[in-house]
Design a protein around this ligand. Structure first.
Ligand SMILES: [Zn+2]
Length: 1061
């Protein structure tokens, strides 16, 4: 499953998601697979896609590629009805002019484009029956330098506004609203503020807070917010050294510690040397401290103006109400010149290619000669492409790279010139589209060969064309994903908004990206008539092979880069200090203290009251219902969920892993990958993948492990997930049977590729998601389920992969036999479970195929049951990596110290995250994030920080949580807010396509527990459980060598040190 993400997510990481890392859902869902806060919108979307479309071949990103439309195919607007006329009157009276109206068949919506007459603000008002309402406001914010001004502003405007004058209304909304989405994104040229909720009152509350924040933020008058979110000199005592602090400053230090991110940024900047994309909108830590408060204020004044705004509404609320709300804000402004000033200039095409060599910070371990990265990047076109061409290009991208069987991807990986792919293929979210592809883990001497191989492969594909089967598989995959329109827990209306804005923001038609049926049909017809080669070869030739605007980037590992940068930063700061008088230093220490005091002082109750919130009566009494029937077929338990799924059948076949020998556990993820990517006696893996692509919406296989509440033994499974149009149910189950029973584990070369790719992926995770690695490691010290998961995805797994890479060459026979043994112990009807979701008729129809499938399985496992009992030693550990920021964790099993679960635990842990940890770890500590997590299955309560400049200091904050709870004063309002916010989290799990997931507890059960059992007294009593974490908790930090050294000096060798990179 990870494979799908790793494929293509590495390069295009120039967008920055800020605010609350989106780990909320994750914390409530299954712990073993928790996705952890992800800093980039792109990767967030991808991860999210992975979660919900795991069954599909990778990256069927519904990017702009698949949605544009030729003008002749546009559906005509529906005829005007009486309500339309009334709506038009209302709009007119409120100061809006209707520009255009269309019915969008693809999302069954009426969409109206309005212009606010006074300011020119544009509004897309999309009406349909989707309860998950979405609002977003987008400003064009092209930066002129890499001071990170748009990014710091994005953080800062959510720190208090005219109507909501508290420190962080955003956090109040996180705590106490029913939002299904709440965040903000900085792109290279725009800033986007979206919210979503299913509750109408809540939705308008959120909209109002966001509108007030963007148009009337306090940060433009408040220097301290700028210091806190952007940067400032910190000096606790005149005798100490001055340091830089700031949330964005540290966030970006984390970004610049990751080679893939450095590559993505270098590629973009080199492709666009002459326009705004030549600088980093997120901010380069070396440049951020050059930003002044005046520049910051001016940027807001200029660009955060209605004339420069595009506003989106979507869902089942009253379209008139939207305009009423907006007019209140927009009417306060006059038209400005911002739209001219914010226009993004085009980059002219180069006349010849260029080559750039960059360094990235690397650790000394390993063979550095094999750690080079090479990426080829093309700027595809000077002018925006016409819609048909853009669609064809998206299709070409899928053909080249979309699945493991896609030729460019396959040939690059099979060449063994590198370990994993870099570059995201076609990238079309900016004004001009790009194409990037390359490899990492390349030998110093092979970089030239990689470049040649990319070119020769593309050349031969232009000459020879693609297999008909491959074209059919890509077409089916794309059509399936469009039809399914499955965005998981990511609001559908937001996915549509991002697509629409991708054109709208450049003054193009906002409707067209929403419509795909016409252009898709046209493209299909063209391929049928002229053949795929006639369609794709000219694209390859024009945009890539004969295009001189090519930037090749080679990244070289540099073991001294991190320390050089640190030394350079220290030198600057020393100079700053030397230039200050005694009085200046005293003043700086005073200002540092004052800022901290302000950060740590709670908002006054009056200010908190300003943020609108719901009461418990506003929570709908009608629970969201997930129908569920339990039956049996051939002795196997079958769950069925009768839901409308647009004719798609979703299936999961779950196998019990518990009879597997303990030492084979780390091999399970590669076993899963082998099932899908090794081929059978009759079908090589390319044919097998094409067959899956042609007949289904995708199949995926992955392990799942969790603790079970009240039991010693964990549950551990391998899940085969698949989906297909209901008419293809028989094909789906035949294919599932084929991969389970017929795949042969004989391809040594491919297996070695899997190992290298997984190793590269794990190394990347260590740098970018160190808190996930720390969490897994702590779990492995605390329970068996955690130990199993760590064997399959933690530092232990990385160690295993490194050893395995050698072993594949020396003893392939044994590995192949082990893979066979996993199959034997896994595949049987014993302990198997089938989970199906579709509408009633399709469910009934599927039963005969399920029955046939189950018949073909062995009745019992061929391997005797074994028992696992292992944990990692509970020492405090520091995992060392080359980084400028740390990930710090501490955890304990609170059930073992006598805590008895009740519903308040959910409320309390969310509250601790959003108050104590947010204020201390993020706001005053300067980390990008800090949160806690309670796994009610295992009883593990854990703290984690993210991109954290501190180490021991953060542990002290964790240890102070018990006192925080004991001393807590809380009004009834605040308590209600905390309860509602927690209910919102559960709701978010049950909307959209998540609804088809089985949930053990119904929403009603959980809400009852939460509402009836949470009182202030519970918070105070919970401090006992929390103290157990302080006293008995295990500590794992993923951190820089210098910080660990310092910590071990301060706290006499507190950490056992493990070098991981
Ligand atoms: Zn940010």
């Amino acid at each position: 499953m990870d494979r799908a993400v790793l494929l293509r997510s590495s390069l295009a990481c120039t967008r920055t998601v800020c605010r609350g890392p989106a780990h909320r859902l994750a914390r409530l869902s299954s712990k073993r697979h928790r996705p952890i806060p992800s800093p980039h919108r792109r990767s967030f979307l991808r991860n999210h896609l992975r979660l919900i479309t795991t069954a599909s071949p990778p990256s069927l990103h519904l990017k702009g590629n698949f949605c544009p439309l030729s003008t002749r195919a546009i559906a005509t607007s529906s005829p005007q009805s009486a309500t339309d006329v009334i709506e038009d009157d209302v709009a007119e009276k409120l100061g809006f002019e209707k520009v255009s109206e269309q019915f969008i068949e693809e999302c069954k919506s009426k969409a109206v484009l309005y212009k606010h007459k006074k300011t020119g603000a544009e509004i897309m008002s999309v009406a349909n029956d989707d309860e998950n309402k979405v609002f977003g406001v987008v400003f064009r914010t092209p930066p002129k330098d890499s001071t990170g001004i748009p990014h710091i502003l994005e953080h800062s405007v959510l720190c208090g506004s005219r109507k909501y004058p508290l420190k962080e209304p955003f956090v109040e909304l996180l705590k106490g609203s029913l939002h299904t989405f709440l965040n903000a994104f900085t792109y290279p040229d725009r800033t986007c503020y979206p919210v979503a909720s299913t509750n109408t009152k809540d939705f308008y509350n959120l909209v109002d807070v966001y509108l007030d924040a963007v148009f009337f933020p306090k940060c433009v008058e408040d220097f301290q917010t700028f210091q806190q979110e952007g940067w400032h000199y910190e000096l606790n005592d005149p005798s100490e050294d001055i340091t830089y602090k700031g949330v964005v400053f540290n966030e970006m230090k984390g970004v610049y510690s990751q080679p893939d991110n450095i590559l993505g940024r270098a590629s973009q900047q080199a492709l666009f040397p002459d326009n705004t994309y030549g600088v980093d909108s997120g901010g380069d830590p070396k440049v951020i401290p050059k930003l002044t408060f005046d520049e910051f204020k001016e940027f807001h004044r200029k660009y955060y103006h209605p004339s420069n705004a595009r506003i989106w509404f979507y869902g089942d609320d009253d379209p008139n109400e939207r305009l009423r709300l907006l007019s209140e804000y927009l009417d306060m402004f006059d038209a400005s010149s911002a739209p001219q000033e914010s226009r993004v200039e085009r980059q002219k095409l180069f006349s010849e290619p260029i080559r750039i060599v960059e360094k990235y910070p690397a650790a000394e371990s390993g063979d550095l000669k094999k750690k080079h990265m090479v990426c080829l990047n093309w700027l595809i076109s000077e002018k925006p492409l016409d819609l048909e061409t853009e669609l064809a290009l998206g299709f070409l991208d899928h053909l080249l790279l979309g699945t493991p069987a896609s030729p460019l991807r396959k040939i690059l990986l099979e060449s063994r010139l590198g370990e994993a792919i870099v570059g995201g293929g076609v990238e079309d979210e900016l004004l001009q589209p790009q194409f990037s592809i390359g490899l990492k883990g390349v030998s110093e001497d092979d970089t030239q060969k990689v470049e040649e191989l990319v070119m020769s492969t593309l050349k031969s594909l232009a000459e020879e064309g693609f297999d008909a089967e491959a074209v059919e598989a890509s077409m089916n995959t794309i059509e399936f994903s469009l039809r399914e329109n499955n965005t998981g827990s990511f609001p559908r209306g937001l996915a549509l908004m991002l697509r629409s804005v991708g054109k709208w923001v450049y003054d193009m038609d906002p409707f067209e990206p929403l419509k795909y049926q016409g252009p898709l049909a046209a493209l299909k017809a063209r391929i049928a008539k002229e053949g795929s080669k006639a369609v794709f070869a000219p694209l390859l030739e024009k945009f890539i092979l004969n295009n001189p605007h090519l930037v090749t980037i080679e990244m070289q590992p540099d073991t001294e880069k991190a320390s050089h940068e640190e030394a350079a930063e220290k030198e600057i700061l020393d100079k700053v200090k030397a230039s200050m008088t005694k009085e200046d230093l005293a003043e700086l220490a005073r200002a540092t203290h004052e800022l901290r005091l302000k950060q740590e002082t709670p908002d006054p109750p009056e200010a908190l009251k300003a943020v609108p919130s719901l009461s418990l009566q506003d929570i709908p009494k009608k629970p969201i219902h997930v129908p569920s029937e339990i039956g049996e077929i051939n002795g196997v338990k079958v769950l069925q969920h009768d839901l409308f799924t647009n004719d798609v059948l979703y299936s999961e076949v779950v196998f019990d892993l518990s009879s597997l020998k303990q030492e084979l556990l780390p091999l399970v993820p590669l076993f899963c990958q082998s099932l899908l990517e090794m081929g059978t006696k009759d079908l090589d893996f390319v044919q097998l993948n094409q067959l899956i692509g042609r007949k289904t919406g995708g199949i995926s296989v992955y392990p799942f492990t969790s603790s079970v509440r009240g039991k010693q033994d964990p549950c551990s499974h391998v899940i085969v997930r698949g989906k297909a149009m209901s008419g293809r149910t028989e094909d789906l189950f035949n294919l599932v049977n084929c991969i389970l029973q017929e795949v042969q584990f004989t391809d040594q070369k491919r297996f070695k590729q899997f190992v290298s790719q997984s190793k590269a992926g794990m190394e990347n995770r260590l740098r970018g998601r160190g808190h996930g690695i720390a969490a897994a490691r702590m779990d492995a010290k605390l329970n068996v389920a955690g130990w199993i998961s760590e064997q399959m995805g933690g530092v232990s797994y990385l160690d295993f992969l490194r050893a395995l890479e050698e072993k594949v060459d020396q003893n392939w026979g044994e590995i192949s036999a082990s893979l066979e043994e996993i199959r034997k112990s896994l595949i049987s009807r014993q302990g198997c479970l089938v989970n199906l979701t579709a509408d009633g008729k399709n469910l009934t129809n599927s039963e005969k195929y399920v029955s046939k499938f189950l018949d073909l399985l062995p009745s019992t496992s061929a391997v005797k049951a074994s028992s696992w009992n292992a944990r990692l030693p509970s020492t405090s550990e520091a995992i060392i990596i080359p980084t400028q920021v740390n990930y710090v964790g501490k955890a304990a099993n609170i059930y073992e110290t006598g805590y008895q679960l009740n519903g308040s635990a959910y409320v309390i842990s969310k509250y601790i995250s959003n108050t104590w940890l947010w204020d201390r770890v993020r706001v005053s500590g300067g980390a990008y994030g800090g949160f806690c997590d309670f796994d009610s299955h295992s009883g593990v309560f854990s703290y984690l920080s993210y991109r954290d400049p501190n180490l021991l200091k953060t542990l002290n904050i964790y240890d102070g949580t018990g006192d925080f709870l004991r001393e807590l004063e809380m009004s009834d309002d605040a308590l209600t807010k905390a309860i509602i916010g927690t209910i919102g989290d559960f709701d978010a799990l049950l909307i959209g396509s998540h609804r088809r997931r089985k949930t053990k507890e119904t929403r009603r059960d959980i809400i009852n527990k939460i509402v009836n059992y949470t009182m202030l007294q519970d918070f105070k009593e919970f401090s006992g459980a929390i103290d157990a974490v302080k006293d008995k908790g295990v500590v794992v930090a993923v951190a820089s060598p210098d910080d660990v050294d310092a910590a071990n000096k301060e706290r006499c060798n507190f950490f056992e040190v493990k070098k991981a990179l």
